[in-house]
Design a binder for this molecule. Structure first.
Ligand SMILES: Nc1ncnc2c1ncn2[C@@H]1O[C@H](COP(=O)(O)OP(=O)(O)O)[C@@H](O)[C@H]1O
Ligand SMILES: [Mg+2]
Length: 625
């Protein structure tokens, strides 16, 4: 017994080591340092922030601001752990309005780099430089504000340094970090320099405000390819811009969400956005958005993560629904804001001179992503800016030998013009004409050709019908999903949590057509599933539904699951390609489209119809006008 070693005595860790441990959480790479330093500059009221980097930030990160600065006696204090000027007590913490409040960033960064602070307040006669390592202070010249220099990041912790990626990658992360700040602070100017070269410059915007900044940071096209979001529900306000479905991306790289000005990655928000796009976006596509959520700081806890990128809402459901409705409504509303006056089609000249018509010179009318029912007859809207290259359509006109139904939409073919459908509808008002016109014929069992008073309308009949069936299912039968009993219940090993969830949400599950019950402490049995999904992997289905239940309020799961089921059903129920339709059937389909919400796009976000006006046809044939 007494040859067992005695336990080590307990000691308090030295400050330096504590900071290095904290740095592990706060400082992952140069971009994390950039984020913390820019946060500090913004908290100090800066109006201009200049970032200078060498080797992607590994050799040097310098952030210069024109904020309030620090008094000389505060400089060394700023480097102490848990030292902050931003909160004083718990109440301050609960309603914190600054980016920082934990007082640990500078201490953590200083423990893994060579850091210096140079700062001057309005009252001081000169600036003061503090070298963190030596503690030495000396006077220097500088105007009001602060410069923080961070050199040789992770020099003392080579293990960390090894995890850094190439200069280009680290630089990209640093830029992204500033971009996140810039998108929520159009009133502040930003510059990024890398190895002596100016690589980004976003000027502070005055009147033009957020839109200008969004265009500067995300590209001029972003405004035309997105709709404004502005929504207030209770005490929650959601503003910003949401990308049109056909400008979605394959990567989730242009998704910016802010809570009270702070960039966050939050599951509730992301899920809210996702559900807003659910009906108009193909599953794998990623919408582009910049949205800002403002609410009483007491209703959100920002102190749940060392880097504050995660937050916890007091009422997640309120946020989820707010975000969802805000975006859904913006996508569904006719967009008057960004449309331009009718551009008469000058393409005849363009063709004659050998120049193909391009953006801005005219093009094909195409549906806007979504039109609320009734809007067709109520809205009179200016013609959207025409964007399609006529030749894109030319390539698209089916060639008898090469018609392919399943080709995914090409980018130009998927271009959706805002307001075109509403425009078409308003112009049809005077005429004896329905917006989508009268059917003439069916082309290769795929398209319906129709004529309205403006010209030729082409309709993808399967896509259009699918949408109609889907919207109908949603409206009517959605309440009851037919379920089918399994001949032999499928049992599977489950976790205690899954078993508990199945019991707790039994009613919800039954509404979804799922009968899942406990067999024991650690196993579940599926006794029935929705009839339309009887052939699917029952266990996977049950698990994913339970997983959803664990994460989201039961009501949203229900709605989502229903919509997914309905979409599957709609696709099967819709007329398939190559089915011959009579003129009567075709006309009936056109009339249904006119009366259906979101009829402009199929459930996968592709357009359901397009129009070639007489002018455009004339131009194709170089017919003088
Ligand atoms: N750029 C700056 N301008 C003025 N004061 C600053 C600046 N950066 C840091 N400080 C001061 O140093 C303190 C510590 O900064 P930091 O370690 O990032 O903690 P926090 O931001 O959480 O307070 C801040 O509270 C602030 O008073
Ligand atoms: Mg800070």
């Amino acid at each position: 017994m007494n040859n067992l070693p005695s336990p080590h005595p307990i000691i308090e860790l030295p400050d330096e080591l504590v900071s290095q441990i904290a740095a592990g959480e706060v400082v992952e790479r140069p971009a994390s340092v950039v984020r913390e330093l820019v946060d500090n500059a913004l908290d100090a009221g800066a109006s201009q922030i200049v970032l200078r980097l060498i080797e992607g930030g590994v050799r040097l990160i310098s952030v210069e601001d024109d904020g309030l600065g620090m008094a000389p006696q505060d400089l060394s204090m700023a480097l102490r752990r848990h030292a902050t000027s931003k909160i004083r007590n718990l109440r301050d913490l609960e309603s914190v309005a600054t980016m920082g409040f934990r007082g640990e960033a500078l201490a953590a960064i200083a423990s893994v780099s060579e850091l210096s602070l140079l700062s001057r307040t309005a009252q001081a006669e000169h600036a003061t430089l503090l070298d963190a390592r030596s503690g030495e202070m000396r006077p220097m010249a500088r105007s009001r504000g602060t410069t923080v220099e961070v050199r040789e990041l992770f020099y003392s912790t080579p293990a960390r340094r090894q995890f850094l990626k190439s200069t280009a990658t680290e630089l990209a992360h640093c830029i992204e970090s500033v971009r996140r700040h810039a998108l929520s602070r159009p009133d502040v100017g930003f510059e990024i320099w890398h190895e002596g070269k100016l690589i980004e410059q976003w000027r502070a915007t005055g009147e033009a405000g957020l839109d200008r900044r969004l265009a500067d940071v995300l590209g001029e096209d972003f405004l035309a390819e997105s709709v404004a979001v502005d929504f207030m529900a209770g005490a929650v306000r959601v503003t910003g811009r949401a990308g049109l479905p056909d400008h979605a991306r394959s990567r989730a790289d242009h998704q910016y969400a802010y809570v009270n000005g702070r960039f966050v990655r939050d599951k509730v928000i992301m899920h809210g956005v996702r559900s807003a796009y659910e009906d108009v976006l193909h599953g794998q596509r990623q919408p582009v958005y910049v949205i800002s959520i403002e609410l009483d700081p007491m209703r959100v806890d920002v102190n749940v993560h060392p880097t504050k990128i995660e937050v916890r809402f007091r009422d997640g459901r309120e946020i989820h629904q707010g975000v969802r409705y805000a975006i859904e409504q913006s996508l569904a509303a006719p967009r008057t804001g960004q449309t331009q006056p009718v551009d008469p089609w000058p393409a005849s000249e363009a063709w004659a001179s050998g120049r193909a018509p391009n953006a801005g010179t005219g093009g094909l009318a195409a549906p806007m992503p979504s039109t609320p029912p009734g809007a067709w007859r109520q809205q009179r809207m200016p013609m959207g800016q025409a964007v399609n290259d006529l030749r894109a359509l030319w390539g698209q006109v089916p060639d008898p030998s090469a018609t392919s139904r399943s080709d995914p939409a090409t980018p130009s073919d998927a271009k959706i013009l805002p307001s075109a459908l509403a425009q078409l509808a308003s112009e049809a008002l005077g005429a004896e004409d329905q917006p989508l016109g009268q059917a003439l014929a069916q082309l290769h069992g795929v398209y319906i050709l129709a004529q309205n008073h403006q010209g030729l309308v082409l309709i993808d009949m399967h896509a259009a019908h699918e949408r109609i069936v889907y919207e109908r299912l949603k409206q009517g039968v959605a309440q009851r999903i037919d379920s089918q009993n399994l001949l032999v219940p499928v049992t599977f090993a489950a976790t205690e949590t899954e078993v508990a969830l199945a019991q707790e949400h039994q009613d919800t599950l039954l509404t979804l057509g799922l009968d899942i019950g406990p067999l024991g402490v650690r196993s579940l049995a599926v006794r029935s599933v929705p009839a339309s999904l009887a052939d699917s992997d029952v266990v996977a289905l049950a698990r994913s539904v339970l997983d959803e239940l664990a994460q989201w309020p039961a009501s949203t799961v229900l709605e989502r699951a229903q919509n997914e089921l309905l979409a599957t059903m709609a696709c099967h129920a819709a007329v398939r390609a190559n089915r011959a339709l009579t003129l009567g059937e075709m006309n009936a389909l056109l009339r249904q489209m006119e009366a259906t919400e979101r009829a402009d796009q199929c459930n996968h976000g592709r357009p359901t119809w397009r129009m070639l006006s007489m002018k455009e046809l004339d131009a194709l044939f170089m017919r003088g006008r």
